[in-house]
Design a protein around this ligand. Structure first.
Ligand code: GDP
Ligand code: MG
Length: 437
């Protein structure tokens, strides 16, 4: 996979002292190949490599103490830039009802995503209505109804009538029933055709959506990018949702689609389950691609599935600045309960994708963390800032780990503490009526 290839390339650089221009050139050739093999759009690769090379042979790298690291940082920055630099939020209609139209080819994940998105919106305090406008197969309507039932969300159906009328009628229905967001699940085809595009533009005209989101299967790589270009030409998309990222081992679509179409990726589907939809964070995706793990996503998940009482206790602790390593350990054991194991582990820093293949290693890593914390004195757990160099040495020896392991753990703890603080701040904001999406 791309991650592994890039890792190998950078490992060679990391070990080096001063880099020569030839070193950088060689590494860039390899990065280019890795990106092309990952099915990243050719033009995108060319531009990217040029930008990275320009910066990498510059002073910023040559004169730095850790030139290899510096190159990685540049690659990371440029990948982030490529994917959109910051989280793209949903647009909401300022006055009335927000209409979100989901479009895309058959099987891309529209119906599933309609449910997932409805779930997220409803969690953020909205009252979504799902509208069944894929009229060509009765099973499609039924599928959305099943999804709605599972999530306890209302589904608007009118059987197999003109989808334009259905869309219009669902807006009226939403008015009457106090729904503030409508998610329209539209029909797809196996290939783009005039008839489909025409129908979608007529729905667009009829209901003036705040968002037209293209749902694309990331596993189709460059095809996904081509599909996005076509839809964008006809419908002026406001954003993209990349589905099946859980099965995408190449990352080509995620890396190219924004650069090629200009449309931001707003969400990513990470699995078949209705809870597997996440906002897209370019920075995290870049780190994940570079194999640095994705501690922020992990922690966000963890804090989401805290029960309320625990969350309040935690908030209290943070207010009094007493979130310590005991709490961190407790939090890790919570993490164990969430989602599938490999999904979680792929986000832990230091976990390479190959490790995921042998699941017995994964449990060991968590045991590692527990061992380290258990080797600390109660005093150290309560007040991690006192853990200096010699204490680190002792803890590493006591837990049968290395000083680097201890350092990494302390860093993770620090990140977690910051993240939780941000989350509780955000939670407070939300209670005052602000929404995340
Ligand atoms: P539609 O034809 O565009 O409405 O697509 P569906 O919503 O019916 O989804 C097609 C298939 O893709 C279903 O089997 C879904 O479970 C699956 N699917 C959708 N999103 C994801 C995802 O993010 N990850 C995985 N692994 N499967 C997904
Ligand atoms: Mg469908």
């Amino acid at each position: 996979a791309l991650t592994q290839k890039l890792n190998d390339i950078f490992k060679k650089l990391k070990g080096k002292g001063k880099l020569t221009e030839a070193d950088v050139k060689q590494a860039m050739r390899e990065v280019k190949l890795a990106l092309l093999e990952a099915d990243v759009n050719f033009k995108v690769v060319k531009d990217l490599i040029q930008k990275i090379s320009e910066r990498a042979v510059g002073q910023e790298v040559m004169e730095s103490l850790t030139p290899g690291q510096q190159v990685i940082k540049i690659v990371n920055d440029e990948l982030v830039q490529l994917m959109g630099s910051k989280e793209a939020k949903l647009n909401f209609s300022s006055g009335g009802i927000t209409v979100i139209m989901l479009v895309g080819l058959q099987g891309s994940g529209k119906t599933t995503t309609a449910g997932k998105l409805g779930r997220l919106l409803s969690k953020s305090g909205k009252k979504p209505l799902l509208t069944a406008a894929d009229i060509y197969r009765p099973a499609a309507i039924k599928q959305l109804q099943v999804v709605g039932e599972k999530l306890d969300l209302p589904v608007f159906t009118m059987g197999q009538q003109d989808p334009v009328n259905i869309a219009r009628a669902s807006v009226e229905y939403a008015h009457k029933h106090n729904n503030d967001v409508i998610i329209i699940d539209t029909a797809g085809r196996l290939h783009i055709d005039e008839e489909l595009m025409d129908e979608l533009s007529r729905i667009k005209q009829a209901v003036n959506p705040s968002e037209i989101l293209l749902v694309v299967d990331s596993m189709t790589g460059q095809d996904a990018v081509n599909v996005a270009e076509e839809f964008n030409k006809r419908l002026a998309l406001t954003g993209l949702i990349l589905t099946k990222l859980d099965g995408d081992t190449r990352g080509g679509a995620a890396l190219s689609v924004k650069a090629v179409t200009g449309c931001p990726i707003k969400f990513v589907g990470m699995g078949e389950k209705l809870e597997n939809l996440e906002p897209f964070y370019p920075e995290r995706m870049a780190s994940r691609i570079l194999g640095m793990g994705d501690v922020l996503t992990l922690i966000e998940k963890a804090t989401q599935s805290f029960d309320l009482k625990k969350a309040q206790e935690l908030e209290q602790k943070l207010k009094t600045q007493s979130f310590d390593l005991n709490d961190f350990l407790e939090q890790l054991s919570q993490v164990k309960k969430i989602g599938s194991l490999d999904q979680i582990l792929s986000m832990i820093p230091g976990f390479s994708p190959q490790k995921l293949q042998g699941l017995e290693l994964d449990e060991k890593e968590l045991v590692h963390v527990e061992a380290i914390i258990n080797s600390m004195t109660p005093e150290e757990r309560k007040n991690p800032s006192i853990i200096n160099g010699s204490r680190r040495k002792r803890i590493a020896a006591g837990s049968g780990t290395s000083i680097q392991d201890v350092n990494r753990l302390l860093k993770q703890y620090e990140q977690t503490r910051k993240m939780i603080k941000q989350m509780t701040d955000m939670e407070k904001g939300r209670k005052k009526g602000k929404h995340r999406f």
